[in-house]
Design a protein around this ligand. Sequence first.
Ligand SMILES: [Zn+2]
Length: 296
Amino acid sequence: MQNESPLFENRRPGAGGETPLGPDVPEITMPGPSLGNGPPLALLTTVTLSPIVVLIGMRISATATLAPVADPWVPSSGIAASIAVQTLADSPISMVQKDASAPDSSQGAQVTMYNVNSRESETFVLPYDGVLSRADQKRLTHLFRCKRTGHELSPDQGLIKVLAHIAKRYDGHVLEVVSAHRHNRGTSRTSKHRTGHALDFRVQGVNVKDVRAFVWQMQEPIGLGYYREQKFLHVDWRPVDGKIAWDQRTEDSAYKYWPKWSGGDPHKKAQKAAKAKAKKKRPSRGKALRSSQPQV
Ligand SMILES: [Zn+2]
């Protein structure tokens, strides 16, 4: 049965439409690293390895390891590599070619994505600021197209930022695209898949609970859904609604919001704490009466 009521879909989103947008979604802050807002992806350089290049690279690596790492997302080896490339680009030795498609590990994370529906594979460098080059945006939009209608919509910058950090954390693993953009009639009107803000995915060779824990500790406005039976995660970017988590046991079962693995509903927790505090402050009625009576 297809139910077009957005209210119904908010309360119990179906497997096809799914993304909850509950009106009571609280704004919370979770501990953990935040995504950096780096500069847009600059022109990248390709280095043809030769003994001279390796020597220069090694020397710079040795000095760079002494410098403090300012950005927790950028490892010292990444800084060393980028300094080495930069120095070579400035040098008169013409071994460096400017190439806009070459990866730069300090700006983004390389990942191969495999669309399980179309069986297409594409490799990207996902920039940490979520701003893709025009060519990459076109390729990713095509890979993320609606599997039922073929409709294409550019994925949101916030979603790409999150994916870049997942790609970095699971470097070398293929990211399986289960469902990205949806534009078919059965998709809920409130679904974040409709607007290019959501992705259902798996990381090949990694336990889904491990990926779930990594994504959830991000201090970002994300929705995170765990689909136990189908063993995939839904992640979306929701700056207006704030962070929320849910869990679905089987394909037909209702969502359980704020499951245990998310640490529980922070809104309810705050209410409970406030109540307990108020109760502690207020003396009981009997006590108050007794203390106001004259001592005889
Ligand atoms: Zn989803």
